[in-house]
Design a protein around this ligand. Structure first.
Ligand SMILES: *[C@@H]1O[C@H](CO)[C@@H](O)[C@H](O)[C@H]1NC(C)=O
Ligand SMILES: *[C@@H]1O[C@H](CO)[C@@H](O)[C@H](O)[C@H]1NC(C)=O
Ligand SMILES: *[C@@H]1O[C@H](CO)[C@@H](O)[C@H](O)[C@H]1NC(C)=O
Ligand SMILES: *[C@@H]1O[C@H](CO)[C@@H](O)[C@H](O)[C@H]1NC(C)=O
Ligand SMILES: *[C@@H]1O[C@H](CO)[C@@H](O)[C@H](O)[C@H]1NC(C)=O
Ligand SMILES: *[C@@H]1O[C@H](CO)[C@@H](O)[C@H](O)[C@H]1NC(C)=O
Ligand SMILES: *[C@@H]1O[C@H](CO)[C@@H](O)[C@H](O)[C@H]1NC(C)=O
Length: 678
C-alpha cells in the first residue's frame, strides 16, 4: 500500500514537475549524437552538421526538437518569453541564382503533411497558407523574392505568422557596433551567419538580430517590434527548422543551436561548431569560378561562332566557283564581292536594263573606280559552261573600237556575271524606237556612221581576228553608244549559252525573231551569214526607224523586210524611210542602206554578201547588184515555227497573199550570187 502510494506519489511528483513547466534549455554546439525529429531530406551529417536539405530538387526537410514545449503559462495562458540563436550556412551552386528560404519554426506539430516544397518552405500549401488555424510562427531567411508573398527583395529576414507574407521583414543586414552603421549581408554568401530570435512575453516584443559568424551580437536588432503571439501559440508547441529545395541545387546547414525558455539562450561556442565541408565550400567557389569561366567561354564561343557564321555567310554570299581550268583565265575573273560592291548589291537603282539573257547593272569598281556594266546571266546548264567561258575570255581578248570590251567575268553557282565597259548612252534601239524617252533623235549622218561602225566590227569578228567569231545576236538593242554616240557591238555569244548542254547539231535556236536567218532556224548552226542576215535587219531598222517585226502594225507592215520589199517592188523604196528623219538624209546613202539591208536579209545564206563586201558597198567602192536578179523571199516564211504568239500564225496565212512575183527559184539565184560574191 505504502509502496503503491510511493509509486503514486513519485508518479504524481514527476508529473507535477513536468506540469511545473521546467524551462526548456538546450544548446547544441554541433549536432553529433543529438536526438532531433527529422523528416524529408533533413539529416545530421558525419561532421555533426544539421543538413536540412541537400541538393535534391523540390524536396522538404524538417528538423525539430523532439519534445513538446509549453510556451504558455498554464495558469494565466500568457505566452512565455523565449530566446534562441543558431548558426547557419547556405550553400548554393550558383550564388547568383537565389534559392528559397529556410525558417526557424514554432508550430503545434513536427510534421507537415501536404506541405509543399519550393516557395512554400515545406510549411504550407496553397489551400492552407494564411489560415489562422495553422498556428505557425516562423522566422524566414529568404533568398528569393516572391511577389506573391510581397517579398521585399531576394535577401531578407522576415517574421511570418501562419503565412509566408511576412508580418515584418528587413533586408539581410546588421548593425556594426564597430563601424556604427548598418552593413548588408548576403544570406547566400557561402559564409556562416548567426541569428538571434528573442521574445519578451511580458512586453510582447520580438527582436530578430542577424550577424556574420564571429561577430558579437549587435546592439541594435535587425527587427524589433511589438508582437502578441497569444493568438498563435497553442500548447504545446514544437521548435525546429523547416526548409525546402527548389529547382536549383542548394544545401541549408545548421551548425549550432541554442534555445531557452524564460531567459536568454546560451551563447554558442563558435569554435566548437562543425564546419561545412571545405570541399563543398571550395567547390562552391571553384564551381562558381568554373561556372563563370564556362559562361565566359560560352559567351566567347557564341561570339566566335557568330563571327564565323558571319564570315561564312559573307564568304558564301561572295563565294565563287573556281575550277582548275579557269586558272588560265585568271585575269578575266572578277571577284563577286567586288561586283557586289560595285553594283551596290545589285540594287534596282543601278539597273540599266533587263532582257532575255539577264539583267544589266551599272557599277563602279571599288579599286579602280572604273564604271562598268555588269550583266547577270542566269543559266542552269553547267555542261558547256567551260567552253562558254573559254569563248567569253577569248572574246575578252577582242580589241576593236566598235566592240564593247568584255573586261571579265565572274562565275557563281547558277549565275554568270559578265563585266563590260560602261556605255553611257545605252543601246541604239532606245534612240530608234523609244518615243517615250526624250533621247536625241539620231540624224542620218549619225545613223550612217553607226552602220559603218557595226559593219567594221562584224568584219573584224568574221575575218580580221585570229578566230572566226559569230556574234549570233546582232540587233539594235545589242548596239551600244558611247558618250560620243560611237556605236559599239556588245553582248557576244550569249545566245549560245542556251545551246550548251545539248548537242550543237540539234539545238533549238535562240536568237531574236526577225533577226534570225532561216537556215539558222533549220540547222541551228552558226556561221558568218547568220550575222549578215541579222545585220540586214539592223540596216533596215536604222533606216526605217522600226523594229523588224511589229505586232501592232498593219498586216502588210508587220514584217519590216517584207514591207521594204513591198515598197521597193512599187519602185518607191524611200517610202519606208523613218518619218522622223523627214527629208534630211542623203538619198543615195539611204537607198544603198535599204537595198543592202534587203540583200543581207536574203533567205539563202550564200546570196548574202560577206562583211568585207558589205564594207566595200558602204564605202561605195563597188556598187550593189541589181536586186531584181535576186529571189527575195521573206525569212519569216521559213521561221514561222518560231513565231512566239498565236496571232502570228493567224496572220502568216495572209502573207501567202503577198505578191511574190519577183521571187524566182532560189537554186538558180544561188549560183549567180555565188559567182558575184566571190
Ligand atoms: C529521441 O527522442 C525520441 C522521442 O522522445 C525517443 O523516442 C528516442 O528514443 C530518442 N532517441 C535517442 C537516440 O535518444
Ligand atoms: C539527399 O538526401 C537524401 C536523404 O537524406 C539521400 O537519399 C540523397 O541521396 C541525398 N542526395 C544528395 C544529392 O546528396
Ligand atoms: C504563470 O503565471 C503565474 C501567475 O502570473 C506565475 O506565478 C507563474 O510563475 C507563471 N509560470 C511560469 C512558468 O512562468
Ligand atoms: C494542404 O495541407 C493540409 C494540411 O497539411 C492538408 O490537409 C491538405 O490536404 C493540403 N492540401 C493540398 C492541396 O495538398
Ligand atoms: C482554415 O482551416 C480550417 C481547418 O483546416 C478550415 O476548416 C477553414 O475553412 C480554413 N479557413 C480558410 C479561410 O480557409
Ligand atoms: C543594402 O541593401 C539594400 C537593399 O538591397 C540596398 O538598398 C542598400 O543600398 C544596400 N546598402 C549597401 C551599403 O550596400
Ligand atoms: C530588443 O532590443 C531592444 C534594443 O534594441 C531592447 O531594448 C529590448 O529589450 C530587446 N527585447 C528583447 C525581447 O530582447
Amino acid at each position: 500500500m505504502f509502496i503503491q502510494f510511493l509509486v503514486w506519489f513519485l508518479l504524481l511528483g514527476s508529473s507535477s514537475v513536468a506540469s511545473q513547466q521546467q524551462d526548456v534549455d538546450f544548446t547544441y554546439n554541433g549536432f553529433r549524437g543529438v536526438n532531433l525529429s527529422m523528416d524529408g531530406l533533413a539529416q545530421i551529417t558525419d561532421r555533426g552538421l544539421l543538413m536540412l536539405v541537400n541538393t535534391t530538387n523540390q524536396q522538404v526537410g524538417h528538423a525539430f526538437y523532439p519534445h513538446p514545449i509549453h510556451l504558455r503559462n498554464s495558469s494565466t495562458g500568457n505566452v512565455l518569453s523565449f530566446s534562441t540563436t543558431f548558426v547557419f550556412e547556405f550553400w548554393q551552386q550558383n550564388p547568383r541564382f537565389a534559392g528559397p528560404a529556410m525558417a526557424f519554426v514554432i508550430s503545434p506539430s513536427k510534421e507537415f503533411p501536404g506541405a509543399v516544397a519550393g516557395i512554400y518552405l515545406g510549411l504550407f500549401n496553397r489551400t492552407n497558407i494564411g489560415n489562422s488555424s495553422n498556428h505557425v510562427f516562423a522566422i524566414e531567411l529568404d533568398c528569393l523574392q516572391n511577389k506573391q508573398f510581397n517579398d521585399i527583395n531576394g535577401n531578407h529576414v522576415g517574421v511570418d505568422i501562419n503565412d509566408l507574407k511576412s508580418v515584418k521583414a528587413a533586408s539581410a543586414s546588421y548593425f556594426s557596433d564597430q563601424e556604427n552603421q548598418q552593413l548588408n549581408i548576403s544570406l547566400n554568401g557561402g559564409q556562416p551567419l548567426q541569428l538571434w530570435v528573442e521574445y519578451n512575453g511580458e512586453e510582447k516584443q520580438i527582436n530578430v538580430t542577424l550577424a556574420p559568424f564571429n561577430v558579437h551580437k549587435p546592439r541594435i536588432p535587425l527587427l524589433s517590434f511589438e508582437l502578441d503571439l497569444s493568438q498563435v501559440m497553442v500548447d504545446p508547441m514544437f521548435v525546429g527548422f523547416s526548409s525546402a529545395s527548389y529547382v536549383l541545387p542548394i544545401s541549408h546547414y545548421i551548425l549550432g543551436w541554442s534555445f531557452k525558455m524564460n531567459g536568454e539562450a546560451r551563447d554558442l561556442t563558435l569554435s566548437q561548431l562543425p564546419k561545412v565541408p571545405i570541399t563543398t565550400r571550395k567547390r562552391s567557389h571553384r564551381l562558381s569560378i568554373v561556372v563563370v569561366s564556362v559562361m565566359a567561354s560560352a559567351i566567347l564561343l557564341l561570339i566566335l561562332i557568330s563571327i564565323i557564321q558571319y564570315i561564312v555567310k559573307r564568304k558564301k554570299k561572295f563565294a565563287e566557283v573556281l575550277e582548275d581550268w579557269e586558272l588560265d583565265y585568271g585575269p578575266y575573273r572578277f571577284k563577286y564581292k567586288d561586283l557586289y560592291i560595285a553594283t551596290k548589291g545589285f540594287k534596282d537603282k543601278e539597273l540599266l536594263g533587263a532582257g532575255g539573257f539577264g539583267r544589266v547593272y551599272r557599277g563602279v569598281l571599288p579599286t579602280s573606280k572604273k564604271e562598268v556594266a555588269v550583266k547577270q546571266v542566269s543559266h542552269t546548264s553547267r555542261q558547256g559552261e567551260r567552253e562558254f567561258i573559254a569563248e567569253i575570255t577569248s572574246i575578252g581578248k577582242l580589241r576593236h573600237r566598235n566592240i564593247v570590251t568584255l573586261l571579265g567575268y565572274c562565275r557563281r553557282k547558277e549565275e554568270l556575271l559578265l563585266v563590260y565597259e560602261f556605255m553611257p548612252n545605252g543601246s541604239l534601239d532606245k534612240f530608234l524606237f523609244d518615243q517615250t524617252q526624250t533621247k536625241t533623235n539620231l540624224n542620218w549622218c549619225q545613223r550612217f556612221q553607226i552602220i559603218k561602225s557595226i559593219a567594221a566590227a562584224l568584219l573584224y569578228l568574221h575575218e580580221e581576228w585570229d578566230q572566226v567569231v559569230i556574234h549570233r545576236d546582232v540587233k539594235s538593242s545589242n548596239i551600244l553608244l558611247d558618250e560620243e554616240l560611237n556605236a559599239r557591238l556588245g553582248d557576244f555569244g550569249l545566245a549560245r549559252l542556251y545551246d550548251h548542254g545539248t548537242d550543237p547539231q540539234t539545238t533549238h535556236v535562240v536568237g531574236t525573231l526577225g533577226y534570225l536567218a532561216p537556215e539558222f532556224c533549220e540547222t541551228g548552226k552558226a556561221h558568218p551569214p547568220v550575222d549578215v542576215f541579222a545585220f540586214g535587219a539592223f540596216l533596215l531598222e536604222v533606216a526605217c526607224g522600226r523594229r523588224p517585226i511589229e505586232g501592232e502594225a498593219s498586216e502588210e507592215c508587220m514584217v519590216l523586210v517584207d514591207w521594204v520589199i513591198l515598197c521597193w517592188s512599187k519602185g518607191r523604196i524611200l517610202d519606208s524611210v523613218d518619218p522622223k528623219l523627214g527629208l534630211n538624209y542623203e538619198e543615195e546613202e539611204m537607198e544603198l542602206v535599204l537595198k543592202l539591208g534587203l540583200l543581207c536579209s536574203h533567205s539563202i545564206p550564200t546570196a548574202r554578201p560577206q562583211m568585207r563586201q558589205v564594207m566595200r558597198y558602204l564605202k561605195r567602192e563597188i556598187s550593189l547588184p541589181d536586186l531584181t536578179m535576186l529571189g527575195l523571199r521573206t525569212a519569216i516564211d521559213d521561221c514561222t515555227s518560231f513565231l512566239p504568239s498565236k496571232g502570228f500564225h493567224d496572220v502568216s496565212s495572209s502573207w501567202s497573199s503577198y505578191p511574190r512575183s519577183q521571187m524566182t527559184d532560189p537554186s538558180s539565184v544561188e549560183e549567180s550570187v555565188l559567182s558575184e560574191g566571190r
